[in-house]
Ligand binder design. Structure first.
Ligand code: G16
Length: 544
């Protein structure tokens, strides 16, 4: 017989959810009651979940399975009626979003630190997604944080662990626990959205896909969808076995950490499409033969071509991008007469617009693209969308990009990350920029005259909430921009992100190397913010 225990605890002061949930070192999460405190703070911030369904899963990183056992016992003790859990504790973030919606669940708990490294010394993370399948809104995460600061007890069932590996239903106190196939429901959803016949036919011909699952959660999804359902040779789905430490790698689908597929794609006989996803399967990397597609451009191309996929054959209702994402998508929206929204960084800000039907497609510069099929960004979805576009247009990725820029112009774009800088120095840098905002308009720089300068805030047209302090923008005459903001996903010090963008019209020079096209703006981005003075850094750690 299991019984409910009420355990006394003391608060931690660092459980403020960031851009996407609470992310800390694994070792922090292993401290006494650290996870329990946060889970109870989630439950204490929710109302009306008694007897309801909770979806639980994670990206398989170190500590995933132990954390799930704790969460299930706490969910049972707190009165949930049913838990739906991916086999082995594995569920990609978009799959959780889909399962919440499909099961009409109260919500879900996702365990992931996304693209951050895993293993005993790596990172861990936890977030709550609501009944719409999307990440908790700011108002709810604020409640969780407030609760975490005063929490003094939590409830947990004193019971044996659940067998996470065997599909089937068991009981945990008054709660039923269903262990389900991690992939099947999600794969079925994908088949309803895209023209699998056309993609299969294309891939059975000369066209090739190379997919890197980075030893993270998308391996089983890629094997089922690309392998079994679309006929891709298993040799072309690499690093497909999920590992608790991602094979010692860094599951960030960028040109540094997915270098193998980048190198393959740059060869004359490389794959037509090389792609990767991250730790929890929501980010994507798209590379054509000889042609890297930036996430901002990928969003714009998808907005321009989504009607070629069955799910969007009737057209789009509108599109949205996060503020630091380039304005390439705005050009498409303008040409097609679509509403276009600019939101703060964080997928949670797209939720209301997707729920209200104001937008169908959205995306971010941070390798995220998605649609109204779920309420998370979706890596496999983005790859399938590109495959669908390639199958319909029978053009190479490079030709699609050239055609896109010739139609809409090109937004040259780069993001420079200064990682693990001293948090106070980074805050001072931002404060100084903020203080100087009113003096910027009219200032002449080597990159042109600054027209406006502001700190981005967002008024949500659906729930009328206001979110302030979302990044400093210097906007130049002609539309060039420099944006500064501090990341909300790091676990050590602060990460300063500098986003640099310049628009080149369709009849301009469209094929310059990006660093050359942005050279003057990059120099101004460093000097105006005093990056070296505040951070001691002369060059960014990562450029994407
Ligand atoms: C999360 C959020 C994204 C955000 C990204 C980067 O992604 O879901 O919306 O763009 O972090 O955020 P920041 O610039 O604050 O580090 P993921 O894939 O890490 O969950």
């Amino acid at each position: 017989m299991s019984r409910t225990l009420t355990v006394e605890t003391t608060p931690y002061d660092d459980q403020k959810p960031g851009t996407s949930g609470l992310r800390k070192k694994v070792t922090r999460f292993q401290e006494a009651n650290y996870l329990e405190n946060f889970v109870q703070s989630i439950f204490d911030s929710l109302e009306g979940f008694q007897g309801q369904t909770l979806v639980v899963g994670g990206d398989g990183r170190y500590h995933n399975a132990q954390a799930i056992q704790t969460i299930l016992k706490m969910a049972a003790a707190n009165g949930f009626g049913r838990a739906v859990v991916g086999q082995g504790g594995l569920l990609s973030t978009p799959a959780v979003s889909h399962l919440i919606r499909k099961n009409e669940a109260f919500g879900g708990i996702i365990l992931s630190a996304s693209h951050n490294p895993g293993g005993p010394d790596g990172d861990f993370g936890i977030k709550f997604n609501a009944a719409n399948g999307g990440p908790a809104k700011e108002s709810l995460t604020a409640k969780m944080f407030a609760r975490s600061k005063v929490i003094d007890r939590y409830q947990i069932l004193d019971a044996d662990d659940v067998d996470l590996d065997s599909i089937g239903t068991s009981r945990l106190g008054g709660m039923s626990v269903e262990i389900i196939d991690s992939v099947a429901d999600y794969a079925d959803l994908m088949e309803t959205l895209f023209d699998f016949d056309a993609i299969r036919t294309m891939l059975a011909g000369a066209a090739t896909l190379l997919f890197d699952a980075m030893h993270a959660v998308t391996g089983p999804y890629a094997n089922e969808i690309f392998g079994k359902r679309l006929g891709v040779d298993s040799a072309h789905i690499i690093n497909a076995k999920p590992k608790t430490d991602f094979g010692g790698g860094h599951p960030d689908p960028n040109l540094v950490h997915a270098k193998t597929i980048y190198d393959a794609a740059m060869k004359a006989d490389g794959p037509d499409l090389a792609a990767a996803s991250d730790g929890d399967g929501d980010r994507n990397l798209i590379i054509g033969r000889g042609c890297f597609v930036s996430p901002s451009d990928s969003l714009a191309v998808i907005a321009a071509n989504a009607h070629l996929a069955p799910a969007h054959s009737g057209g789009l209702s509108g599109v949205a991008r996060s503020m630091p994402t380039s304005a390439a998508t705005d050009r498409v929206a303008e040409a097609k007469g679509l509403a276009c929204y600019e939101t703060p960084t964080g997928w949670k800000f797209f939720g209301n617009l997707l729920d209200s039907g104001d937008i169908t497609i959205c995306g971010e510069e941070s390798a995220g693209t998605g649609s109204n099929h779920v309420r998370e960004k979706d890596g496999i979805w983005a790859v399938l969308m590109w495959l669908n576009i390639l199958a319909a247009r029978t053009m190479s990725v490079a030709d699609i990009m050239a055609d896109h820029w010739a139609t809409y112009g090109r937004n040259y774009y780069a993001r420079h990350d200064f990682e693990e800088v001293d948090a106070e120095s980074a805050a001072n840098l931002m404060r100084r920029l903020r203080e100087r905002l009113s003096s910027y308009p009219g200032t002449e720089t080597d990159a042109g005259r600054i027209q406006t300068a502001d700190e981005f805030s967002y008024f949500d047209p659906v729930d009328e909430s206001l979110t302030e302090g979302q990044g400093i923008r210097l906007i130049f005459e002609g539309g060039s921009r420099i944006v500064y903001r501090l990341s909300g996903t790091g676990t050590v010090g602060a990460t300063l992100r500098v986003y640099i963008e310049r628009y080149e019209p369709p009849d301009g020079e469209l094929d310059k190397p990006v660093p050359e096209a942005l050279a003057e703006l990059i120099a101004v981005s460093r000097s105006e913010a005093g990056i070296e003075r505040f951070t001691g850094r002369t060059e960014p750690d990562v450029i994407t």
